[in-house]
Design a protein around this ligand. Structure first.
Ligand code: CP
Length: 309
Protein backbone atom coordinates (compact mmCIF):
# COMPACT_ATOMS: atom_id res chain seq x y z
CA UNK A 1 0.00 0.00 0.00
CA UNK A 2 1.18 3.56 -0.73
CA UNK A 3 -0.89 5.63 1.75
CA UNK A 4 -2.41 5.27 5.22
CA UNK A 5 -5.55 7.40 5.23
CA UNK A 6 -8.12 5.28 7.09
CA UNK A 7 -8.06 2.29 9.42
CA UNK A 8 -10.69 0.83 7.06
CA UNK A 9 -7.98 0.53 4.38
CA UNK A 10 -6.17 -2.07 6.49
CA UNK A 11 -7.00 -5.76 6.11
CA UNK A 12 -6.38 -8.02 9.10
CA UNK A 13 -3.10 -9.14 7.47
CA UNK A 14 -2.02 -5.52 6.84
CA UNK A 15 -2.74 -4.56 10.46
CA UNK A 16 -0.94 -7.61 11.85
CA UNK A 17 2.07 -6.92 9.61
CA UNK A 18 2.33 -3.37 11.02
CA UNK A 19 1.95 -4.60 14.62
CA UNK A 20 4.48 -7.42 14.11
CA UNK A 21 6.95 -4.98 12.48
CA UNK A 22 6.47 -2.62 15.45
CA UNK A 23 7.24 -5.58 17.76
CA UNK A 24 10.48 -6.23 15.84
CA UNK A 25 11.43 -2.55 16.07
CA UNK A 26 10.65 -2.51 19.81
CA UNK A 27 12.92 -5.53 20.31
CA UNK A 28 15.71 -3.78 18.39
CA UNK A 29 15.34 -0.64 20.49
CA UNK A 30 15.30 -2.72 23.71
CA UNK A 31 18.79 -3.84 22.66
CA UNK A 32 19.84 -0.17 23.01
CA UNK A 33 20.05 0.26 19.23
CA UNK A 34 18.66 3.76 18.87
CA UNK A 35 19.04 4.37 15.16
CA UNK A 36 18.59 2.25 12.02
CA UNK A 37 19.93 3.33 8.60
CA UNK A 38 16.94 1.84 6.77
CA UNK A 39 15.39 5.10 5.42
CA UNK A 40 18.66 6.94 4.80
CA UNK A 41 18.29 9.40 1.92
CA UNK A 42 14.47 9.53 2.20
CA UNK A 43 12.58 12.67 3.23
CA UNK A 44 9.54 12.75 5.54
CA UNK A 45 7.55 16.00 5.77
CA UNK A 46 5.39 16.59 8.83
CA UNK A 47 2.59 18.91 7.68
CA UNK A 48 0.62 20.09 10.71
CA UNK A 49 -2.31 22.47 10.27
CA UNK A 50 -3.70 21.65 13.75
CA UNK A 51 -1.93 21.60 17.10
CA UNK A 52 -0.32 18.37 18.28
CA UNK A 53 2.18 17.28 20.90
CA UNK A 54 2.32 13.48 20.80
CA UNK A 55 1.68 12.76 17.13
CA UNK A 56 3.98 15.44 15.72
CA UNK A 57 6.90 14.66 18.01
CA UNK A 58 6.55 10.89 17.65
CA UNK A 59 6.46 11.02 13.84
CA UNK A 60 9.60 13.18 13.94
CA UNK A 61 11.32 10.77 16.36
CA UNK A 62 10.18 7.76 14.28
CA UNK A 63 11.53 9.17 11.01
CA UNK A 64 14.84 10.20 12.64
CA UNK A 65 15.32 6.77 14.24
CA UNK A 66 15.04 5.31 10.73
CA UNK A 67 17.63 7.87 9.50
CA UNK A 68 15.21 9.74 7.21
CA UNK A 69 15.58 13.49 6.72
CA UNK A 70 12.69 15.31 8.41
CA UNK A 71 11.08 18.61 7.46
CA UNK A 72 8.62 19.98 10.02
CA UNK A 73 5.96 22.34 8.75
CA UNK A 74 3.33 23.95 10.92
CA UNK A 75 0.66 26.20 9.45
CA UNK A 76 1.35 28.82 12.13
CA UNK A 77 4.15 31.05 10.80
CA UNK A 78 3.84 29.74 7.21
CA UNK A 79 2.37 31.29 4.04
CA UNK A 80 -0.95 29.58 4.92
CA UNK A 81 -1.59 32.80 6.90
CA UNK A 82 -1.35 34.68 3.55
CA UNK A 83 -4.08 32.48 2.11
CA UNK A 84 -1.99 29.76 0.43
CA UNK A 85 -4.11 26.67 -0.21
CA UNK A 86 -3.46 23.10 0.93
CA UNK A 87 -2.79 22.10 -2.67
CA UNK A 88 -0.19 24.83 -3.28
CA UNK A 89 1.43 24.14 0.10
CA UNK A 90 1.61 20.43 -0.78
CA UNK A 91 3.07 21.07 -4.25
CA UNK A 92 5.72 23.34 -2.70
CA UNK A 93 6.75 20.57 -0.32
CA UNK A 94 6.63 18.04 -3.14
CA UNK A 95 9.09 20.18 -5.11
CA UNK A 96 11.45 19.84 -2.13
CA UNK A 97 11.40 16.05 -2.58
CA UNK A 98 9.06 14.58 0.03
CA UNK A 99 8.91 10.77 -0.03
CA UNK A 100 6.20 10.80 2.64
CA UNK A 101 3.89 13.52 3.89
CA UNK A 102 2.40 13.13 7.37
CA UNK A 103 -0.61 15.43 7.59
CA UNK A 104 -2.81 16.68 10.41
CA UNK A 105 -5.65 18.94 9.31
CA UNK A 106 -8.88 20.30 10.78
CA UNK A 107 -10.86 19.30 7.68
CA UNK A 108 -12.05 15.68 7.44
CA UNK A 109 -10.86 14.35 4.07
CA UNK A 110 -7.76 16.60 3.72
CA UNK A 111 -5.31 13.62 3.61
CA UNK A 112 -7.44 11.97 0.91
CA UNK A 113 -7.28 15.14 -1.22
CA UNK A 114 -3.55 15.45 -0.62
CA UNK A 115 -2.98 11.89 -1.86
CA UNK A 116 -4.31 12.98 -5.24
CA UNK A 117 -1.78 15.82 -5.52
CA UNK A 118 1.55 14.40 -4.38
CA UNK A 119 3.68 11.50 -5.63
CA UNK A 120 4.88 10.43 -2.15
CA UNK A 121 3.06 8.43 0.50
CA UNK A 122 0.44 10.24 2.58
CA UNK A 123 -0.09 9.35 6.25
CA UNK A 124 -3.15 10.67 8.04
CA UNK A 125 -2.09 12.06 11.44
CA UNK A 126 -5.66 13.11 12.30
CA UNK A 127 -8.22 14.82 10.02
CA UNK A 128 -11.07 16.74 11.61
CA UNK A 129 -13.53 14.38 13.28
CA UNK A 130 -12.83 11.66 10.70
CA UNK A 131 -9.83 9.39 11.48
CA UNK A 132 -6.51 9.00 13.27
CA UNK A 133 -5.30 5.58 12.05
CA UNK A 134 -1.82 5.60 13.60
CA UNK A 135 -3.38 6.34 17.02
CA UNK A 136 -5.56 3.22 16.58
CA UNK A 137 -2.48 1.21 15.58
CA UNK A 138 -0.48 2.33 18.63
CA UNK A 139 -3.50 1.61 20.83
CA UNK A 140 -3.85 -1.90 19.37
CA UNK A 141 -0.08 -2.41 19.79
CA UNK A 142 -0.35 -1.35 23.46
CA UNK A 143 -3.34 -3.67 24.08
CA UNK A 144 -1.55 -6.60 22.44
CA UNK A 145 1.56 -6.07 24.58
CA UNK A 146 -0.49 -6.00 27.79
CA UNK A 147 -3.19 -8.58 26.95
CA UNK A 148 -1.98 -10.75 24.06
CA UNK A 149 -4.00 -11.33 20.84
CA UNK A 150 -7.08 -9.11 20.53
CA UNK A 151 -9.54 -11.73 19.20
CA UNK A 152 -12.56 -11.78 21.53
CA UNK A 153 -11.18 -9.05 23.80
CA UNK A 154 -13.78 -6.57 25.03
CA UNK A 155 -12.86 -2.93 24.50
CA UNK A 156 -15.05 -0.14 25.88
CA UNK A 157 -14.57 3.36 24.45
CA UNK A 158 -16.12 6.09 26.59
CA UNK A 159 -17.05 9.72 26.08
CA UNK A 160 -17.11 12.26 23.28
CA UNK A 161 -17.39 9.83 20.36
CA UNK A 162 -19.08 12.46 18.18
CA UNK A 163 -15.92 14.54 17.79
CA UNK A 164 -13.42 11.69 18.10
CA UNK A 165 -11.35 10.56 15.14
CA UNK A 166 -9.58 8.27 17.64
CA UNK A 167 -12.84 6.43 18.40
CA UNK A 168 -13.74 5.91 14.75
CA UNK A 169 -10.29 4.58 13.80
CA UNK A 170 -10.21 2.35 16.87
CA UNK A 171 -13.65 0.86 16.17
CA UNK A 172 -12.61 0.06 12.60
CA UNK A 173 -9.20 -1.38 13.43
CA UNK A 174 -10.23 -3.29 16.56
CA UNK A 175 -13.15 -4.96 14.77
CA UNK A 176 -10.75 -5.97 11.96
CA UNK A 177 -8.52 -7.51 14.64
CA UNK A 178 -11.42 -9.49 16.16
CA UNK A 179 -12.08 -7.43 19.31
CA UNK A 180 -15.61 -6.64 20.52
CA UNK A 181 -16.03 -2.89 20.91
CA UNK A 182 -18.71 -1.11 22.97
CA UNK A 183 -19.13 2.67 22.83
CA UNK A 184 -20.47 4.40 25.93
CA UNK A 185 -21.52 8.04 25.55
CA UNK A 186 -24.34 10.47 26.19
CA UNK A 187 -26.79 10.28 23.24
CA UNK A 188 -25.84 13.85 22.24
CA UNK A 189 -22.18 12.85 21.86
CA UNK A 190 -22.74 9.91 19.49
CA UNK A 191 -22.67 10.36 15.68
CA UNK A 192 -25.99 9.78 13.90
CA UNK A 193 -24.29 7.10 11.76
CA UNK A 194 -23.19 5.01 14.77
CA UNK A 195 -25.75 2.25 14.01
CA UNK A 196 -23.69 1.33 10.94
CA UNK A 197 -20.41 1.08 12.91
CA UNK A 198 -19.11 -2.43 13.74
CA UNK A 199 -19.70 -2.08 17.51
CA UNK A 200 -22.29 -2.04 20.30
CA UNK A 201 -23.59 1.11 22.00
CA UNK A 202 -24.49 1.57 25.69
CA UNK A 203 -25.48 4.55 27.81
CA UNK A 204 -24.62 2.91 31.13
CA UNK A 205 -20.90 2.79 31.95
CA UNK A 206 -21.34 0.96 35.26
CA UNK A 207 -22.90 -2.14 33.67
CA UNK A 208 -20.23 -2.35 30.95
CA UNK A 209 -17.13 -1.90 33.15
CA UNK A 210 -17.06 -5.40 34.79
CA UNK A 211 -17.10 -7.04 31.32
CA UNK A 212 -14.32 -4.88 29.83
CA UNK A 213 -10.70 -5.90 29.22
CA UNK A 214 -9.86 -2.37 28.10
CA UNK A 215 -11.52 0.92 29.05
CA UNK A 216 -10.46 3.74 26.74
CA UNK A 217 -11.45 7.20 27.88
CA UNK A 218 -11.82 9.95 25.26
CA UNK A 219 -11.07 13.62 25.68
CA UNK A 220 -14.11 15.86 25.83
CA UNK A 221 -13.38 18.15 22.86
CA UNK A 222 -14.88 21.39 24.07
CA UNK A 223 -13.23 23.33 21.23
CA UNK A 224 -15.35 21.42 18.68
CA UNK A 225 -18.55 21.53 20.74
CA UNK A 226 -21.78 23.48 20.69
CA UNK A 227 -22.32 24.22 24.40
CA UNK A 228 -26.05 23.56 24.04
CA UNK A 229 -25.34 19.84 23.47
CA UNK A 230 -23.10 19.39 26.46
CA UNK A 231 -24.11 18.46 30.02
CA UNK A 232 -22.40 20.37 32.85
CA UNK A 233 -18.85 19.20 33.66
CA UNK A 234 -20.02 17.89 37.02
CA UNK A 235 -22.90 15.96 35.43
CA UNK A 236 -20.59 14.57 32.72
CA UNK A 237 -18.01 13.39 35.28
CA UNK A 238 -20.69 11.84 37.45
CA UNK A 239 -22.16 9.76 34.61
CA UNK A 240 -19.21 9.12 32.31
CA UNK A 241 -16.00 9.95 34.23
CA UNK A 242 -13.60 7.18 35.29
CA UNK A 243 -12.83 7.56 38.99
CA UNK A 244 -11.50 5.19 41.67
CA UNK A 245 -14.96 3.80 42.52
CA UNK A 246 -15.62 2.91 38.90
CA UNK A 247 -12.17 1.34 38.43
CA UNK A 248 -12.99 -0.93 41.40
CA UNK A 249 -15.71 -2.49 39.20
CA UNK A 250 -13.16 -3.56 36.56
CA UNK A 251 -11.55 -7.01 36.66
CA UNK A 252 -7.99 -7.26 37.99
CA UNK A 253 -6.18 -7.46 34.63
CA UNK A 254 -8.23 -4.84 32.79
CA UNK A 255 -6.36 -1.75 31.57
CA UNK A 256 -7.21 1.94 31.30
CA UNK A 257 -6.23 3.91 28.18
CA UNK A 258 -6.46 7.52 27.02
CA UNK A 259 -5.02 8.91 23.76
CA UNK A 260 -4.18 12.27 25.38
CA UNK A 261 -4.33 15.14 25.87
CA UNK A 262 -6.41 14.51 29.02
CA UNK A 263 -8.83 16.68 30.93
CA UNK A 264 -7.76 15.37 34.35
CA UNK A 265 -10.64 15.44 36.78
CA UNK A 266 -13.24 15.44 34.02
CA UNK A 267 -13.28 12.27 31.88
CA UNK A 268 -10.57 10.63 34.03
CA UNK A 269 -9.51 11.14 37.66
CA UNK A 270 -5.82 12.02 38.11
CA UNK A 271 -5.25 9.03 40.41
CA UNK A 272 -6.67 6.68 37.73
CA UNK A 273 -4.53 8.24 34.98
CA UNK A 274 -1.41 7.70 37.12
CA UNK A 275 -2.29 4.20 38.38
CA UNK A 276 -0.54 0.93 37.36
CA UNK A 277 -3.57 -0.04 35.23
CA UNK A 278 -3.08 3.04 33.10
CA UNK A 279 -1.16 2.60 29.83
CA UNK A 280 -1.18 6.32 28.98
CA UNK A 281 2.60 6.81 29.11
CA UNK A 282 3.21 3.45 27.38
CA UNK A 283 0.88 4.57 24.58
CA UNK A 284 3.13 7.57 23.92
CA UNK A 285 6.30 5.42 23.83
CA UNK A 286 4.55 2.83 21.64
CA UNK A 287 3.51 5.65 19.29
CA UNK A 288 7.12 6.10 18.19
CA UNK A 289 7.63 2.38 17.50
CA UNK A 290 4.30 1.99 15.69
CA UNK A 291 4.94 5.05 13.52
CA UNK A 292 8.42 3.72 12.71
CA UNK A 293 6.70 0.54 11.45
CA UNK A 294 4.24 2.53 9.31
CA UNK A 295 6.97 4.68 7.71
CA UNK A 296 9.22 1.65 7.23
CA UNK A 297 6.51 -0.37 5.47
CA UNK A 298 5.16 2.51 3.33
CA UNK A 299 8.61 3.62 2.19
CA UNK A 300 9.90 0.10 1.62
CA UNK A 301 12.84 0.34 4.00
CA UNK A 302 15.79 -2.04 3.75
CA UNK A 303 15.58 -5.38 5.55
CA UNK A 304 15.64 -4.87 9.31
CA UNK A 305 17.77 -7.93 10.10
CA UNK A 306 20.70 -6.97 7.90
CA UNK A 307 20.60 -3.25 8.58
CA UNK A 308 21.18 -2.99 12.28
CA UNK A 309 24.08 -0.74 13.29
N1 CP B 1 -3.31 11.58 20.81
C1 CP B 1 -2.96 12.63 20.02
O1 CP B 1 -3.22 12.65 18.81
O2 CP B 1 -2.31 13.66 20.67
P1 CP B 1 -1.78 15.00 19.99
O3 CP B 1 -2.99 15.81 19.57
O4 CP B 1 -0.98 15.68 21.07
O5 CP B 1 -0.94 14.63 18.80
Amino acid sequence: KRHLISAADLSRDDALLILDTADELAKISERSIKKLPTLRGRTVVNLFFEDSTRTRISFEAAAKRLSADVINFSAKGSSVSKGESLKDTALTLEAMGADAVVIRHGASGAPHRLAGWVRGSVVNAGDGTHEHPTQALLDAFTMRRRLGPLDGRRVTIVGDVLHSRVARSNVLLLSTLGAEVTLVAPPTLLPVTVDSWPCEVSYDLDTVLPKSDVVMMLRVQRERMNAAFFPTEREYSRRYGLDRDRVAKMHDDAIVMHPGPMNRGMEIAAEVADSPRSTIVEQVANGVTTRMAVLYLLLGGADLGGEIQ
